[in-house]
Ligand binder design. Structure first.
Ligand code: SF4
Ligand code: SF4
Ligand code: FES
Length: 232
């Protein structure tokens, strides 16, 4: 298999190619580890190897994927850094764009004093959003973010929804005022985030639900025109 790597080196992108003997269908991460043995200078990021840590997102043949859970076959594969993040080196991009807004907007559970027991239906309401591993793939395919529009973005909003709707959080609806700064109305509801999220977190659903809540509470006006570039 010919592996083509588009790497960020010394301020510009360069292409490096490697020919590997591969059996079956290796994961992209296995391929990168094989290449690292040939060229130890190649940099990429990965930790858990099991779709949990969220660190290994790259572009594989033009689509954003987790390197550790994506198998490839065929004659050739192209691996590139994820879009929408500042490149650091080779396939490694900055994740500050994911974590800094979370810190700024205090998006973490602030537990109540009492120990609440949640029913399965209460848990079910947020469990998909809690599955988010902050890999950032949804942001890499989000048109308003890629266009530089002022928008919180799907990963941030997914995490926000999981805490805002969780009965164990002591801030609850107080968080809605902070949500206003995230300009939810800049989401074009294209569903790219739903399509490419490797954990099936359905970020667009949480954007829509929070947007609806802000309209219902009178914080924002309902949009009169609302369609994405896909037109639905
Ligand atoms: S919502 Fe999905 S794609 Fe987005 S950061 Fe979380 S796990 Fe990754
Ligand atoms: S649905 Fe909204 S949040 Fe998801 S990718 Fe499209 S514009 Fe971004
Ligand atoms: S290495 Fe952890 S998600 Fe891929």
């Amino acid at each position: 298999m010919r592996v083509r790597l588009r790497l960020f080196r010394d301020g510009k992108y360069v292409l490096k190619e490697f020919d590997l003997d591969v059996e079956d269908s290796p994961t992209v991460l296995e391929i990168l580890q094989r290449i690292k043995e040939i060229d130890p200078t190649i940099s990429f990021r990965a930790m858990c190897r099991s779709s949990v840590c969220g660190t290994c997102a790259v572009k594989v043949n033009g689509e954003h994927k987790l390197a550790c859970n994506t198998r490839v076959s065929g004659e050739e594969v192209l691996i590139e850094p994820a879009d929408g993040y500042a490149p650091i080196r080779d396939l490694v991009v900055s994740h500050e764009e994911i974590f800094e807004p979370m810190k700024r907007n205090k998006i973490w559970l602030v537990p109540r004093e009492e120990n609440l027991r949640l029913s399965p239906s209460q848990l079910g309401k947020t469990s998909k959003a809690w599955d988010c591993i902050l890999c950032g793939i949804c942001n890499s395919v989000c048109p308003p973010l890629l266009e530089g529009r002022d928008f919180g973005g799907p990963s941030l909003i997914t995490k926000l929804y999981s805490v805002e709707e969780d009965p164990r959080d002591s801030l609850g609806e107080e968080r809605l005022k902070d949500v206003l700064q995230l300009n939810l109305q800049n989401c074009v509801h294209c569903s790219n985030c739903n399509l490419f999220c490797p954990k099936g977190c359905m970020p667009e659903r949480w954007v829509s639900l929070l947007e609806g809540k802000l309209v219902q509470k009178g914080y924002i006006q309902k949009k009169t025109e609302d369609f994405g570039f896909l037109g639905f």
